[in-house]
Write a protein that binds this ligand. Structure first.
Ligand code: ADP
Ligand code: ADP
Length: 229
């Protein structure tokens, strides 16, 4: 479950400047659709609408045929997991930051999620900038390591729908490859919307949508799109 549908979606932050101009596509349950396109095309806006940071101005977005406008943000957050570009860490151990994905999770489940994300060695530590009463120093995590915390959180939460917003764009090539492998595990059999910069990072997507200036300029599989261009 978790099928997503965008039907003729229009959206503008400022009424004088439309950002999305009639977007329609579907992500069948368990499949992955990637949205690529130049900076400013409206890719992140699509993911924000799906997470209901904003509501569409016309058209509809549904998850499992339910109009998002009838779904509370709270219940939506149980269904959707997001691995954002920048992961915010909280003033507690990395293990706590992972457990935030599902507060009821057991110690063993947190440990298993950390293993999948390959951050087992960090989980007892605090993030940098936070210090305990006994003066323990926080650990400085790289962008990739923070991303792994977000991945572990999502592994634990195991939501039916996943939004990956340029999740590997800030990383060096080696780290990007490793994170991509972890993301592939997380997104397997989940309905996934990937926002990406480059076609090369979304080879495995079931469909790729090329967004330009708020309209769908092209769509197809990776092979289709390469053949056309
Ligand atoms: P992309 O993810 O494809 O780079 P975005 O969806 O982030 O594009 O942005 C699309 C357009 O909307 C850009 O021109 C951007 O400047 C504008 N925009 C994004 N967020 C806001 C906002 N909160 N208020 C006003 N304009 C915004
Ligand atoms: P949310 O609405 O889920 O809090 P935000 O966009 O505000 O989402 O938060 C950005 C990221 O920080 C998300 O990955 C979210 O899971 C995480 N996050 C938000 N609040 C907390 C918290 N109190 N503790 C740990 N992580 C959090």
């Amino acid at each position: 479950n978790g099928a997503i549908s965008f039907k003729d979606v229009h959206f503008a932050y400022d009424p004088a400047r439309p950002i999305l101009k009639g977007i329609s596509f579907e992500v069948p349950a368990g499949k992955t659709v990637a949205v690529v396109g130049p900076s400013g095309a409206g890719k992140s806006t699509l993911s924000r609408l799906l997470y209901r940071f904003y509501d569409v101005q016309s058209g509809t977005i549904t998850i499992d045929d339910q109009d998002l406008r009838t779904v509370t943000q709270k219940s939506l957050r149980k269904v959707i997991g997001m691995v954002p570009q920048d992961t915010v860490l909280f003033n507690d151990t990395i293990a706590y930051n992972i457990r935030y994905g599902r507060p009821g999770a057991s110690e063993g489940e947190v440990t298993a999620a950390a293993e999948i994300a390959q951050i087992s060695e960090f989980i007892r530590h605090l993030p940098e900038g936070f210090e305990t009463k006994v003066g323990e120093r926080g650990l400085k995590l790289s962008g990739g390591e923070k991303q792994r915390v977000a991945i572990a959180r999502t592994v634990l939460k195991a939501p039916p729908v996943l939004i990956l917003d340029e999740a590997t764009s800030a990383l060096d090539t080696t780290t990007e490859r490793e994170i991509q492998a972890a993301l592939d595990i997380v997104s397997k059999n989940r309905t996934t919307l990937v926002i990406a910069h480059r076609l090369s990072t979304v080879i495995g997507a079931d469909e790729i949508i090329v967004l330009k200036s708020g309209v769908i300029a092209e769509r197809g599989t990776h092979a289709n799109l390469l053949a056309q261009n």
